[in-house]
Design a protein around this ligand. Structure first.
Ligand code: GDP
Ligand code: IMO
Ligand code: MG
Length: 422
């Protein structure tokens, strides 16, 4: 299998970073296809925690080349900051990271527009504040600026100034706020100069490498339920984290993707606003939060926690064509006597196994649970499937049967070695 795609099956933070890091030891290339610095992918690297927001997780493997694809929205400040952090950990970025000339830029006014829009909204999304939505708005309104434009630097600077002036007028008119742009433009130009040498048409590069039979890992950010089309709209991100996004976001055709691996936590979390049918606003939710250390990797906000939602997971398997699941954070369930999994929703007195993505419907559903026995044992240090308590195997069997998909990896802790391959 030379091209594998890793997607989040829930509302993000499933542990994609850990799984990509683990699998990228065998990969020649790791590529991101959507989102931007809203992601927070945590890896334990030489015993230290590193959180990657924009640069593909594969950067931590010295022989891996990393690609930021055309579907990503790129904030040059975030990129430079992350590069600096990595270099402090002796991870070389220069010469190993390439950016699609078709990726759109995040400009400082995108963050300002996002901030004021969230403040003014009666239904705020609870975004990460990284300027993601407004940058994609400009892309689709066909007034965005793409990374490749910096190759014609003088024209780029003229266009940048013009866009800044237009957006400042827009912000003044809509939000009645003034902003000082001169310093911001100069800083932005300085930052962008530094990425000038790392951009080209990565679609040709990737397709050539696929032809050569190189091992490529495609790293999804966010998750299926945050997908702009298939997620819990409008409480979603502004890109397509689902499998189709990998084709458009990298220029890789669907028939070249050999395998789709879905990452799912053994329970559920959500950061930001929006419906969450299995959310637990009681001591069990608190227990999941504290044992799982559920705080956003990008914003530090506490993550809302709840039981695993198999109705939603089966939907994710369908939308993405997932063939195997990497199940993470099973260790977090080790203290529970009983573990619930949602197998149906009740809606207007009827039962359904279909996941409604219409907001008003989703807000009304009530989860119906099947209760499974807990194992009440630490899983630390276990290396083989046969060493697992029978209750863990029963939990996994139940999940596999419900979603008609195999669990191929079980993660029992944040580090690489805390993984059991099935
Ligand atoms: P991502 O956005 O999908 O990459 O996930 P995040 O990095 O935002 O959040 C996952 C969190 O869980 C991180 O702090 C990881 O270090 C941690 N983690 C990953 N797998 C496991 C696991 O199996 N057990 C525990 N306890 N923590 C894990
Ligand atoms: P990773 O890749 C969890 C959420 C935000 C908000 C919504 C929209 O680490 O799994 P945005 O800033 O994208 O416009 O915010 O999406 N969100 C995430 N939640 N993990 C992420 O990424 C997220 N990226 C965005 O909290 O609810
Ligand atoms: Mg995350």
């Amino acid at each position: 299998m030379s091209v594998s795609l890793i997607v989040g099956t829930q509302w993000g933070d499933e542990g994609k970073g850990k799984i990509v890091d683990l699998l990228s030891k065998d990969a020649n290339i790791v590529a991101r296809y959507q989102g931007g610095a809203n992601a927070g992918h945590t890896v334990i690297y030489n015993g230290k925690k590193i959180i990657l927001h924009l640069i593909p997780t594969g950067i931590l493997n010295p022989h891996t080349t990393c690609i930021i694809g055309n579907g990503v929205v790129l904030d040059p400040f975030a990129l430079l900051q992350e590069t600096e952090t990595l270099e402090k950990h002796n991870v070389q970025v220069s010469g190993r990271l390439f950016i699609s000339n078709k990726a759109h830029l995040i400009l400082p006014y995108h963050k300002i527009i996002e901030k004021y829009s969230e403040e003014c909204s009666t239904q705020s999304i609870g975004t990460t504040g990284r300027g993601i939505g407004p940058s994609y708005v400009d892309k689709y309104a066909r007034c965005g600026i793409r990374v490749g434009e910096i190759l014609n630097f003088d024209e780029f600077v003229i266009r940048l100034r013009k866009n800044f002036e237009e957006k400042v007028r827009f912000i003044e008119k809509i939000f009645n706020k003034t902003i000082d742009i001169e310093n911001t433009i100069d800083e932005y130009i300085e930052a962008i100069k530094q990425i000038k040498n790392f951009t080209f048409d990565t679609c040709y590069f990737l397709n050539q490498k696929i032809k050569e039979g190189k091992k490529i890992l495609i790293e999804g950010a966010q998750g299926t339920l945050l997908d702009i089309d298939h997620g819990t709209y409008p409480f979603v991100t502004s890109s397509n984290p689902t499998a189709g996004g990998a084709c458009t976001g990298l220029g890789v055709p669907p028939n070249k993707i050999d395998k789709v691996i879905g990452v799912s936590k053994a329970y559920a979390t959500r950061v930001g606003n929006g419906p969450f049918p299995t959310e637990l606003k009681n001591q069990f939710g608190q227990q999941l939060q504290s044992k799982g250390y559920e705080f956003g990797s990008t914003t530090g906000r506490p993550r809302r926690c709840g039981w695993l939602d198999l109705v939603a997971l089966r939907y994710s398997v369908m939308i993405n064509g997932i063939e195997e699941i990497a199940l993470t954070k099973i260790d977090v369930l080790s203290d529970f006597d009983e573990i619930n999994v949602c197998t149906k929703y009740e809606l207007n007195g009827e039962q359904t196994e279909l996941f409604p993505t219409d907001l008003l419907t989703l807000e009304k559903v009530k989860p119906i649970y099947t209760s499974l026995k807990g194992w009440k044992k630490s899983l630390a240090g276990l290396k083989l499937k046969k060493e697992l308590p029978k209750e863990v195997l029963a939990y996994i069997n139940f999940l596999e049967e419900y979603i008609s998909c195999k669990v191929s990896m079980l993660s029992t802790g944040p580090a690489r070695e805390d993984t059991i391959f099935f």
